[in-house]
Design a protein around this ligand. Structure first.
Ligand SMILES: Nc1ncnc2c1ncn2[C@@H]1O[C@H](COP(=O)(O)OP(=O)(O)O)[C@@H](O)[C@H]1O
Ligand SMILES: N[C@@H](CCOP(=O)(O)O)C(=O)O
Length: 320
């Protein structure tokens, strides 16, 4: 029997919560936006990679993070004294572009560990899996951060607590918000986009960051949309990263002048996102970004809602 796991794309940071806030994405047209990993029993371990962005990954599948996930998972089983004999053939369908700011590596990691855990009849609980997911994401991006893997796995808008047994908390959100995302088609390495950030932050920015995140969470719980939107500014990363993103300022100006409440970089970019409370404005901004922010044939845009379901099984024959 084939086990096939789908893990959605995600917006890391959501502007105001660097490394601490993330949102899973579901296109409103019902299409899937995320990687899948399938597992089927086989005589020996193997990994095949297919999908639109397969050719952008390392040619040697041993260097694919999905293979690393499998070996890490087996080591964790050994460390707990759990012996298993069967072995999977894995297939990664790589639908998310690499270095896109859509949590591409997180999507592969989460789909892989979810499928492998199922394949072995769920020896690890959610928290143990999430810890592994964060660790593997850290291997790729240079430091552990859960703001992609947690929403991708659990769904929803998530805030990192990083406490034993409580790594990520699911926050309420505004169900009528549309999240427009546009990937420009260029690649920005997350590790490189982290390296350009300063190691020290001013007192004024520290206070602004703390105020915004605390007030945003309060506004979500009280469903105060105006206050929540007013908090959606990035004082930590965007001032340093936007120079990597051609047409960023022009895109922000257009979005804010045409009905978006907030606009920012998704993860480390180059994907940008706009928040709208109206379908017509969302579609207009999506079309403008598609025409003006996209740089090449790899780029794309979607109007999304928050994906409340997170990672899930698909029928073996389904394609994302
Ligand atoms: N399955 C995978 N998905 C994405 N990246 C992978 C995968 N396997 C290996 N990699 C490598 O990990 C790095 C991911 O880069 P990163 O900038 O973190 O991407 P993203 O921000 O899209 O997650 C790239 O060097 C890529 O070649
Ligand atoms: N918090 C991280 C998020 C990176 O997201 P990605 O989708 O670009 O991998 C950061 O901002 O570095």
């Amino acid at each position: 029997m084939t086990i096939k796991a789908y893990a959605p794309a995600s917006i890391g940071n959501v502007s105001l919560g660097f490394d601490l806030l993330g949102a899973a994405l579901a296109p409103v047209d019902g299409s899937l936006l995320g990687d899948t990993v399938s597992a089927v029993e086989a005589p020996s371990f193997s990994l095949a990679v297919t999908g639109r962005f397969a050719d952008r990954l390392p040619a040697d599948t041993n260097d694919n993070i999905v293979a690393t996930c499998y070996h890490h998972f087996r080591q964790q089983l050994d460390a707990r004294g759990l012996s298993v004999s069967k072995v999977p053939a894995l297939t990664l369908e790589k639908h998310l572009p690499i270095g896109s700011g859509l949590g591409s590596s997180a999507s592969s990691i989460v789909a892989a560990l979810y499928a492998i855990n199922r394949f072995y009849d769920n020896p690890f609980d959610e928290q143990a899996l999430l810890l592994m997911m964060g660790e593997l994401e850290g291997q790729i991006s240079g430091s552990v951060h859960y703001d992609n893997v947690a929403p991708c796995y659990q769904g929803g808008l998530t805030l990192m607590a990083e406490q034993p047994g409580q790594i990520a908390l699911t926050l309420p959100s505004f169900s009528h918000w549309y999240w427009v995302v546009c990937y420009s088609g260029i690649s920005v390495s997350t590790a490189a986009a982290r390296d350009i950030l300063p190691q020290q932050v001013s007192m004024a920015d520290t206070i602004a960051f703390g105020r915004q995140l605390a007030v945003f969470v309060d506004a979500l719980y009280r469903q105060d949309e105006t206050l929540a939107i007013a908090m959606m500014h990035d004082v930590l990363a965007e001032p340093h990263r936007k120079a990597l993103l051609p047409m960023f300022d022009e895109s922000r100006a257009y979005a804010l002048q045409h009905g978006a409440g907030a606009f920012g970089i998704s993860g480390s970019g180059p994907t940008v996102f706009a928040v709208c409370d109206n379908a017509d404005n969302a579609e207009n901004i999506r079309a403008w970004l598609q025409a003006n922010y996209v740089q090449n044939d790899s780029g794309f845009s979607h109007v999304c809602r928050i994906d409340e379901r997170g990672t899930r099984l698909l029928p073996a024959e389904a394609t994302a």
